[in-house]
Design a protein around this ligand. Structure first.
Ligand code: SF4
Length: 625
């Protein structure tokens, strides 16, 4: 097995279940507990079925594991045993790859001193590094760069699928995203992410090619990932980008500046509105700006010359037309939504991206009917995760398909190796927030000290994380790492390599961190991770499912997140430790059984002394055999 692993009973059980579902042509939802080795358990029957397969995941780490470890392992053994060649490929979104046409434009513009606005706004040293790397790369994949470029730098050297010139491009024969797609479309197994798969559904399979079987891993993320991919965003930068493209063709034509000004106006409107849901029939300023945008974009595109002699400008013209039309369509859809009520069942909200730039996001509230029409009726699907939400069949529109449901339990001995600790003496965070926060800090410091560090503390907000960090810095004499101090990968590596370190993190780490061994003996969850008021898409789904929307939509999400967080503790058979949920509602509220059912079968306690003793013994090496 890869990495010296071994076959387990649960893995064989899952392999059989997948093989039978594929053979019978029925959908399968399979919850596979941590440690089963589910990737090989679905890849093997998929490969042996001879059906062309697409595997999609939410996290990049799982895609990497598949193409770097699991699929090469299978390919080598299938070759040996069956004398058959297994082909596989990974494919990513268009803008993950270097665009040779953009590169050509930047190089020639630099030599003529006519660099465009997009490249101009990117840090020059980064562009230079990318240009150097471009001369030697064979993949053109951003992930192969030896540094993480700023988004403005990468934006300057890549294009979206809509902006690509396709057959009109002089570099089409050597184009990186085109080559990746060609490899993917003919491979026996193609690995992609959920977002790309959602887009492929929308474009009728044009990206990933015909396939008979799809395996959706990390299936608890499907609804959010697909909603995002089916939705769209409006930013001031999109208007600026169209204006930049037009300027080289139309020079100082006032219609170019009017579009650029609109981008600024939209940004200002969004800032004035603030990060909040944008309700249909409200946001008059935004509506007015978008109305103006539609006519100004139309005027700009109408002013674009139908033909130009210069080859370079002709290609620029084509990109302008496709980007401008795509922007126009999104503006129209946003206007319809804001004018409401409309047939578009969307939810809109404004959020601020990393660079504090406002973004207007619109996404469909419900994706069930779309999935039913374009996915479940077209091919066999296997959906799997360590934690499948209780409402997944209904939310994804699978009820009519009557899918097979199966659970394969984790091989780990949670009962003997772990405690679930819930301090019921703490105040209720919903009613006594300040008192609860102070008690959480004391509790966290005591637990962390007893464990000798070795703690992953997961918070539901940055505010809580920062407050805990400040408290620990003056009350605990052990190294504490915090999300945001360094790139995530380095942070996790440092945590794993420093035996007495603790790591404080928020939502991004609830499912992306895998640290086996005694470095991690304690997972602390500050508060039950129900959706926050700023999760507008989930809130809209919840309202749409009323009465009992909270129970049908938000409670299953909270349970899945809690299980994901708790799942960080035991990553292999000899892992011991404690999951401490510092929210007494886990033990007192009427919904507690739904939350506890989603968790592994750990011993439960509310006695701090018992837990601290267990952690101290673990730290001193006297608890584990
Ligand atoms: S085909 Fe598209 S992505 Fe490829 S080099 Fe040309 S414009 Fe860029």
């Amino acid at each position: 097995m890869p990495n010296g692993g071994r076959t387990r009973g649960g893995q064989q059980e899952m392999t059989r279940a997948v093989a039978e579902a594929v053979e019978d042509g029925e959908h399968l939802l399979i919850q596979a507990g941590t440690g089963i080795g589910k990737t090989l358990a679905y890849l093997l029957p998929a490969v042996m079925s001879g059906k062309r397969t697409v595997v999609t995941t939410f996290t990049k780490a799982l895609q990497d594991q598949m193409v770097e470890t699991d699929l090469p392992f299978l390919a080598a053994h299938i070759d040996q045993v069956a004398g058959r060649t297994l082909t596989f490929a990974e494919v990513k979104g268009w803008s993950n790859y270097l665009c040779l046409e953009r590169l050509h434009q930047i190089r020639s513009a630099k030599s003529q001193g006519q660099i465009d606005g997009i490249a101009e706004s990117a840090p020059e040293n980064e562009i230079k590094q990318i240009l150097d790397w471009a001369s030697g790369t064979t993949s053109g994949d951003k992930a192969d760069l030896n540094f993480v470029p700023k988004s403005s730098s990468w934006r300057a050297v890549s294009v979206s699928s809509q902006e690509c010139l396709r057959s009109d491009c002089p570099h089409v024969a050597t184009c990186f995203p085109m080559q990746a797609r060609q490899r993917a479309a003919t491979a026996d197994v193609t690995v992609a992410n959920h977002a790309l798969y959602a887009i492929d559904l929308r474009v009728g399979g044009a990206l990933l090619g015909e396939h008979e079987l799809v395996i959706l891993d990390e299936a608890h993320q499907i609804e959010d990932s697909f909603s995002d991919a089916f939705g769209f965003e409006l930013t001031g930068a999109r208007f600026q980008w169209v204006a930049d493209l037009a300027r080289r063709l139309l020079g100082q034509d006032p219609r170019v500046n009017r579009v650029a000004e609109l981008g600024k106006q939209l940004t200002q409107n969004m800032r004035d509105h603030g990060a909040a849901r944008v309700h249909t029939g409200e946001a008059a300023h935004l509506s007015k700006t978008l109305e103006l945008a539609e006519s100004r974009l139309e005027a700009l595109l109408a002013a674009t010359p139908p033909e130009v002699d210069d080859e370079d400008l002709a290609r620029r013209r084509k990109r302008l037309i496709s980007s401008g039309r795509a922007l126009q369509e999104d503006v129209q859809a946003a206007r319809l939504y804001l004018a409401g009520p409309s047939a578009l069942a969307l939810v809109g909200w404004i959020e601020f991206s990393d660079g504090r730039q406002p973004v207007l996001k619109l996404a469909p509230i419900d994706i069930a009917s779309e999935l039913e029409e374009y996915l479940w009726t077209k091919r066999v699907a296997v959906l799997t995760s360590a934690t499948l939400p209780a409402n997944i069949v209904e939310r994804l529109g699978l009820s009519e398909s009557n899918p097979r449901l199966k659970t394969v339990d984790s091989p780990f001995d949670y009962e003997n190796q772990t405690f679930l600790y819930c301090p019921t003496h703490l105040p209720d965070p919903a009613n006594e927030h300040e008192a609860w926060m102070a008690a959480v800090h004391e509790e966290l410091a005591s637990l962390l000290t007893a464990a000798g560090g070795r703690t992953l503390a997961l918070f539901t907000s940055f505010e809580s994380l920062n407050a805990a960090r400040d408290y620990l810095s003056s009350h605990v004499d052990l190294p504490v790492l915090c999300q945001g101090e360094m790139p995530e990968r380095r942070l996790i590596e440092k945590f794993a390599a420093t035996s007495e370190a603790s790591l404080l993190a928020t939502r991004r780490f609830w499912q992306g961190i895998d640290v086996p061994g005694p470095t991690l003996s304690l997972v602390v969850i500050d508060r039950l991770p129900f959706p926050s008021p700023s999760e507008h898409l989930i809130k809209a789904r919840s309202v749409g499912a009323n009465p009992l929307g909270w129970w049908k939509v938000e409670l299953p999400i909270g349970a899945t997140r809690l299980a994901q967080g708790a799942g960080r503790l035991v990553r292999r058979e000899d892992d011991y430790g404690v999951v401490a949920v510092l929210d007494p509602r886990l033990a007192t509220q009427s919904y507690r059984s739904q939350l506890l059912e989603a968790l592994p079968p750990m011993r439960t306690t509310n006695d701090p002394k018992e837990v601290e003793r267990f952690l101290r013994n673990l730290n001193e090496g006297t608890e584990a055999p």
